[in-house]
Design a protein around this ligand. Sequence first.
Ligand SMILES: [Ca+2]
Length: 212
Amino acid sequence: MFSLLIRVRITLKRDFMKTIKISTAALLIFMTIPFGSCKKDEVKLSEAKLTDLILNGNAETGSTIPNNWWNSTGQGKYNVTWTDEESFSPTKSLKISAQTTESSTFAFWAQTFDGNIPDGKSITLKVKIKGNLKGTGVSIAIRGDDATSVNGYAKQFSTTQGTSPISGIFDWTDYSIKLNTIDPSIQSLTIYLIYLPDTTGNVYFDNVSLTY
Ligand SMILES: [Ca+2]
């Protein structure tokens, strides 16, 4: 029942169109994008000058759910919670966990920005992640849509999946992914903090920013 095929069309700089068709059971929309990049961050002196599009990036505000964030539990197969078990800043973070592996579903926390899109610029998603994971692990991704919300095919997409695995046991660590040259047609940007199929254990996300 998860045999739905999804096509993600990626427009590269030189009008080079590439259509990739994959099975959701294998990788869903979170596939390797050739121009994606990820690295553990180094201290950048210019950081204070950047514009951040994420609201409640430290996941501190909200009542029953963290303000501005939405999520998927993978048809209830994963525990997706707003927690005070762990945090980088000050008391709360976004948690996903699973006790048994699921091969055909995944879970995520996400936030969508549909304000003034900085088209023509490159944008960077940065996240603090703490994990005690086995298996495939987690990934972070940026999706651009030519609509005000996630709709149909992604117009642009960049992910750490396939290029920079995030798994194992690790304390709070910076991870980032960049989406190069936002197309003028983009009307919304959605960032995903993804718990991939074939993974067990706990992961915590905190201090999320999407800057340019
Ligand atoms: Ca926090």
